[in-house]
Design a protein around this ligand. Structure first.
Ligand code: PEP
Length: 250
């Protein structure tokens, strides 16, 4: 099985001005200088450039939180993959549950966004996860299968290893309720099985867990065999907490 470098990403959502983002990055970099893990910061669009400029010369990646699937056009308020790549952004979060639930993000759009991101040289971080209702109804696997099938439909087998999957049970996002390490591992192992059906690169794909990851639960969650890191929301807004989670990843 290939070694998978641990990966920790900070999803700031609609938090931090340019000044706050710059201050955060300046405080974070010395604290995580020794990490062997991949680290990404996902600021709002307005702070992307400030974070890109401050992290030059470090291993920290910068990710956007969304993008449009088309290269250009009459899509008011949208941003394309090429526009992000031009800023030296390296990755993009796609299909976050808040985009799906609040802004009408569809599996059909994601089927086009993931290959568009790859074509522009961006690493897609594809989010999947079930609602509480789906879990209680025994539908977790069916939901994940549908989301993964759609999100990866346009990805050639050889490109699969360039995609990062974030398993984020919706009932655990921003709620303080975390999936137990066993629950998270069970689903991430299932996701890897689904990926294996798509190609040999499945063992190289990083699968992150997201949902109320904090410094005190990060080690156990990321210690599971099929969990390769974390997508962190609330706790990523505090530099000390985020640095502690990066440290927990190794
Ligand atoms: C997220 O929004 O991706 C997330 C995991 O949020 P939180 O860590 O706050 O649950």
């Amino acid at each position: 099985m290939p070694d998978r470098t641990p990966y920790v990403a900070a999803n700031w959502k609609m938090h931090k001005t340019v000044a706050e983002a710059a201050e955060f990055v300046d405080a974070l970099l010395p604290r995580i200088a020794a990490t062997q893990s991949d680290v990404a910061i996902c600021p709002p669009f307005t702070a992307l450039s400030a974070v890109v400029e401050r992290r030059y010369g470090t291993a920290v990646k910068v990710a956007a939180q969304n993008m449009h699937e088309e290269a250009s056009g009459a899509f008011t308020g949208e941003v394309s993959a090429a526009m992000l790549a031009e800023l030296d952004v390296e990755a993009v979060v796609l299909g976050h549950s808040e985009r799906r639930q609040l802004f009408g993000e569809t599996d059909e759009a994601l089927a086009r966004k993931v290959p568009a991101a790859l074509a522009a040289g961006l690493e897609p971080i594809l989010c999947v996860g079930e609602t509480e209702e789906a879990r209680d109804g025994g539908q977790t696997e069916a939901v994940l299968e549908r989301q993964l099938q759609a999100g990866l439909a346009g990805v050639e087998g050889g490109k699969l290893g360039d995609v990062v999957i974030a398993y984020e049970p919706i009932w655990a996002i921003g709620t303080g309720r975390t999936a137990t390490p066993e629950q998270a591992q069970e689903v991430c192992a299932y996701i890897r099985d689904l990926l294996r059906e798509r190609g040999a690169a499945a063992d190289a794909v990083r699968i992150l867990y997201g949902g109320s990851v904090k410094p005190d639960n990060a080690t156990e969650l990321m210690g599971q065999p099929d969990i390769d890191g974390a997508l962190v929301g609330g706790a990523s807004l505090d530099v000390g907490d985020f640095a502690a989670i990066v440290k927990a990843a190794g």
